[in-house]
Every structure is written in C-alpha cells, then in structure tokens.
Design a protein. Structure first.
Length: 417
C-alpha cells in the first residue's frame, strides 16, 4: 500500500503559507507503516488539479488531497475529484444540516456560499467527523488496476488532523490489510546527527535488510530530536509487537543514553516523569533561553506537582539581586551553577536548571555567538557544560532549550544509578 499527498492552494506556491500539512501527513503515514513516495503542490486551477490527481492515481494506491474544501469560488477540490471520478456533485442534506447547526451554535446566520460545502462527488462517503464547516471525503476510484481511493481533507491543520486520525488512517489500514499486521514504534533521540546515527546503526540496518524482520528509518524533527522509526510486519498483533520489543531493545543497547523516549514522549515530559518518580521539584533560571524551557514544561498537563516556577534574569544586576550570584562573568559555567543554586533557594525547589549565553546576532563580552552555558544543581551536587550551537538566533535558543533539558535528564538518570 502506498499513498501520495497532494496539497491544493495557490498560496502554497506563492510562498504565502508554508505547507506544514504535507509534512505532518507524511510523518503519520510513515508511523503507520504506509509507504509515501510523492508529495505535490498545485494551485487553484481545475485542469491542473485534475491532471495532478490522475498522475497520482497512476503511481499510487491512495491519494490524500489537502485543501480547497472551503465555501469560496476558488475552493474547487470537490469538483476536481468529481471530474476524476467521472461523476456529478450532489448535495448531501446531512452535511448541509451539520453545517447549518454549527452556525446556529455560534448565533450566526449561514451565508449561502457555505451550501457549496455540502456538495460531494456522487459515490463518495463523508468522513464522519466534521470539526469545522468543511466535510472530508473518501472517494473510491474504479479503474483497470482495481479500486483506488482519494481522500479529501481541509487545509485548516487542526481540522485536517482530526479527520486523518478518525477517518483517513483507519480506512487506509483497512484497505492495506492483507492478512498481515504492520506496526511501528519510534525511539526519540537527542545528541547525534542523522548521519552519525545512521553510521552507528549501519550493521543493524544491514542485518535487518537480510532478515526482513523489520525496517529502520530516520525522521529528523528539529528541536524535537531525531526519531528512529522501527516498522514490523507480522501475521498478527502479538507477533508484530514482539518484533518491535526485541528490535527496540537492540537499538537502545546500541545507542545508549541518547535515547530519551518512545513514540509520543517529549524531552520535557520525560524530565517531568523523572522528577515525579524521584519526588523532586524543579526551578529554572533562564537568561539565554528567556523562558522557552518554562514554556515547554508548562505545556505538559499536570506539571504543577513538580514544577515550581522560573526566573528570567536577563541582566547581571537581576542575577545578583534575584538569585544571589557572585560571579561577574555572565557567560561562564560558574555563573550558571550559581544561577541554578539561586533558583532552588528563591523558588524552594530541589533541582535547579540555568542557562546563560550569547544568542546573537553579535558577540557579547568577547564571547562568540552560539556559546551556551548550562548549569544543573541537584541536592548538594552541581554540574555545568558549555556548548557551541552553529545556528541563527531563534534556532540557537530553541536547540539550547532541548540541550539544557537533556543535560538535566541525564543527570537525574545518573542520580538513580
């Protein structure tokens, strides 16, 4: 089973909107063990959309079309799919009723243009969940090679994701079923580049190529780390999960401490779980990262049982008055150790994490752009490291954030040994 992604919208080609939907859909297909060999962007032109869909159906079993399901004149995805199917658009009274109900719930009258969103290609099925006013579609295509399918989902990201999870992916799994079960697991890593990771796992990848027991793929995810996806195919669920368990254990043994979690784990959720397990509380002192670490921490539901708070002392006088530091060199390991200890005192926490550095664009106090000092204070123990991040200002801060959390993760892990 392979599935192609087509993103519709002239704004994508003009660079007015970044196509994050195709990236997300591609990742979900990969995690589901469904091959995806092509992604295409096409403008709001009926002939070109039809041409792209016909080409996609020649080389793929399924096509996910994202965008062009709105109520305006340039929302022509429904008509293009109907043309490919060789059918007419028909008005679905249930869809129209659902759209009208959404407007009534907002105490608004429905513009007549929204009636267009209830028109679907004859023979198509509506995806049961309709988060907004655009109905998603499952459109069977009968051709000489057998039945294929076009899925149509909205371009609004949160609407698209709901439809993917509740409609598209389950239907793809059903169509891909061939008496076998495909399951995937993702190991989340931080600390090695993609090329270094591939080199370290080269022998294992070659072993799997010969045994055909599972496959390994790398998914670079920026500040979320580098994902290693294991995909296994077996006769049943139990056998597939056994393959994943065994292979995950082999990879974790090979990669060691750079593996920080699996599947939906994040660096911050893992750190919070460690703190909770050790009955410790956390305080932050963020100069370099300016509150980014705190933002990630509070993004995890239930963090308040271990997270005390954060101080963002951007100037030296605040580091001294709020945290009681004595060190005068702002970017130094001694500074971040004193900041971490000061955060523990000021916020009454067991663990302190601190950052100080130069995010750029210009050097500061004879320190190069990208230099970051990170300090950790746990009980009577203190540790600091200095790293150099070769990016622009925003990415330096973002990568500094996860690097700081990773230092804390490893230190908490070692404290349990």
């Amino acid at each position: 089973m392979n599935c192609e992604v087509v993103a519709v919208g002239s704004e994508l080609l003009l660079g007015q909107i970044t196509d994050t939907n195709s990236v997300w859909i591609g990742e979900q297909l990969a995690l589901a063990g469904i091959d995806s060999h092509y992604q295409t962007k096409v403008g709001d032109n009926p002939d070109r959309i039809v041409s792209v869909l016909e080409l996609a159906l020649k080389r793929s079993d399924a096509v996910i079309v994202c965008g062009g399901l709105g109520p305006t004149q340039d929302d022509i995805t429904r008509a293009a799919i109907a043309a490919v199917m060789g059918v007419e658009l028909v008005r679905d009274p249930q869809v129209l009723s659902a759209i009208e109900a959404k407007f009534r719930a907002r105490n608004r009258s429905m513009p007549s243009n929204n009636e267009r969103q209830a028109e679907i290609p004859q023979g198509a099925r509506v995806i049961p969940v309709i988060p907004g006013t655009a109905a998603g579609l499952i459109c069977p295509i009968n051709n000489a090679k057998g039945e294929k399918v076009i899925y149509a989902v909205p371009g609004v990201p949160w609407e698209m994701r709901e439809m993917m999870h509740q409609g598209v992916l389950p239907d793809l799994h059903r169509r891909a079923a061939s008496g076998a079960v495909i399951r995937s697991r993702v190991l989340r890593t931080w600390g090695l580049s993609e090329s270094s990771l591939a080199e370290q796992l080269d022998k294992e990848i070659r072993r799997l190529d010969q045994s055909k027991a599972a496959t390994i793929a790398f998914l670079a995810s920026g500040i979320e780390g580098l994902k290693v996806r294991i995909t296994a195919k077996a006769d049943n669920e139990t056998a597939a999960l056994k393959i994943l368990d065994d292979e995950a254990a082999r990879l974790e043994a090979l990669l060691g401490s750079i593996v920080f979690g699996t599947d939906d784990d994040t660096m911050e959720s893992v750190v919070l779980a460690q703190l909770r397990a050790q009955n410790r509380t956390l305080a932050l002192a963020e100069s370099f990262t300016g509150g980014l670490i705190a933002s990630r921490i509070v993004g995890v539901a239930g963090c308040s049982d271990v997270f005390r708070g954060a101080v963002v002392p951007y100037h030296l006088d605040l580091k001294q008055s709020l945290l009681g530091v004595q060190e005068r060199q702002v970017v130094s390991e001694r500074m971040v150790i004193e900041m971490a200890a000061g955060a523990c005192r000021s916020l009454n926490a067991d663990v302190g994490l601190a950052t100080s550095g130069v995010a750029g664009p210009e050097p500061h106090d004879n320190t190069e752009v990208g230099v970051l000092c990170i300090g950790v204070c746990i009980d009577d123990f203190a540790e600091a490291i200095t790293v150099k991040l070769p990016f622009d200002r925003e990415r330096i801060r973002q990568f500094g954030c996860i690097t700081a959390l990773d230092l804390l993760r490893n230190r908490l892990k070692r404290r349990c040994v």
